[in-house]
Design a protein around this ligand. Structure first.
Ligand code: G3I
Length: 323
């Protein structure tokens, strides 16, 4: 039986999922699903600073190490996620540090983490979610303490530590034209022109079937990014839905169509050779379920709570056959 994994491989494409330590560590069904159905994983949380550096100067790669080893053993490519983000460990947030101390700490952190997995990561999400929806840099810890240079520094440091990994800027709501998207492209292009090693832009794509969606807009933005020299990867796709019970089937059909159009666009683009969904099966999505009787949200992924293929899975598969 053909899997999307095997069909993606025929197109030299990575079909990935986010993978997290729990349930990875205690659910063999979850591990089987991932190795059978995907050829790439993104480490969902275990390479984040909060988990890697629980105390100042103390590194803990134990969970990420196990996950990367599993990926290596099963022929799965690994995406590193994420080096510089607004979410930081509590001791850093509450500490009292000078600008130099924070700059040195971030440099050491980025380089230690990248070196830990040197040669085993196809792409790093180096900087995550740095722009607000007006297109300004978010007032995060790094902007406040280092200044706007933190972005280019992070890419340069990562490049020194692993010259072979692709280096990405990753964000949500950058797949459609908006002030945020425009500012992101402009800012990153300027950095690239002055030699900052930024290979690509990750479109997270956390979507909701209740919202308007125009796939031609996504294609336009991808084209614009590619014209500026960036690779474009889909990095965290999920499509949530809200249903009342009787309309679940209809909603899942809409969800399936949307997944399929996104895969279709990705296949048409010159650089979109990595397509990652943010979780392997519905129960492991970061999006919770409501407690309200009779109304449920989410069901955002490609496999259901029994780890069975959903209509969205089949719709994506059909796109490969068409292709
Ligand atoms: O593992 C602990 C568990 O031991 C504890 O009992 C439980 C109680 O809170 O928390 C568990 O950790 C949670 C972890 O997810 C695993 O489920 C953390 O609290 C929670 O903060 C963490 O949320 C993650 C979130 O990023 C924040 O780091 C989500 O899983 C993860 O999917 C989400 O991913 C982000 C991307 O990194 C960036 N783009 C948006 C995306 C969705 O928010």
């Amino acid at each position: 039986q053909h899997t999307i994994r095997s069909m993606a491989e025929d197109e030299q494409m990575l079909f990935g999922t986010a993978m997290r330590y729990q349930p990875f560590s205690d659910d063999s069904g979850y591990r089987e699903l991932i190795k059978n159905e995907f050829n790439a994983v993104t480490i969902e949380n275990e390479m984040k600073m909060e988990l890697v550096m629980p105390e100042r100067g103390k590194y803990d790669f134990s969970q990420a190490d196990e996950m990367v080893q599993f990926a290596d053993e099963n022929g799965l490519q690994v995406r590193g996620h994420t080096l510089v983000w607004e979410r930081i460990p509590w001791w850093l947030d509450q500490g009292n540090f000078t600008r130099d101390e924070i700059t040195n700490l971030l440099k050491e952190y980025v380089q230690t983490t990248v070196k830990q997995y040197q040669g085993r990561i196809y792409a790093w999400d180096v900087v995550n979610e740095a722009f607000d929806n007006k297109g300004n840099l978010k007032e995060n810890f790094w902007l406040q303490h280092i200044g706007s240079d933190y972005i280019e520094l992070a890419f340069r440091w990562a490049k020194e530590a692993d010259p072979d990994a692709l280096l990405f800027y990753n964000d949500y709501e950058n797949e459609v034209p908006s002030a945020k998207t425009e500012a992101t492209i402009k800012w990153l292009s300027e950095l690239r022109q002055k030699g900052v090693p930024i290979d690509g832009i990750g479109m997270q794509m956390h979507l909701d079937i209740a919202n308007d969606f125009h796939v031609d807009q996504v294609q336009n933005v991808m084209n614009q990014m590619e014209q500026e020299g960036f690779l474009v990867h889909i990095t965290e796709l999920d499509i949530k839905l809200q249903h009342s019970g009787e309309d679940l089937e209809t909603k899942q059909q809409l969800q399936a169509e949307r997944y399929a159009e996104i895969m279709k666009v990705c296949l048409q683009q010159a650089t979109c050779d990595s397509f990652t969904v943010w979780g392997a099966a519905d129960p492991y999505s970061w999006i919770g379920f409501t407690e309200e009787p009779g109304a449920s949200v989410a069901y955002p992924l490609l496999f259901d709570d029994k780890l069975k293929r959903k209509p969205a899975y089949k719709a994506i598969k059909a796109i490969f056959k068409e292709d």
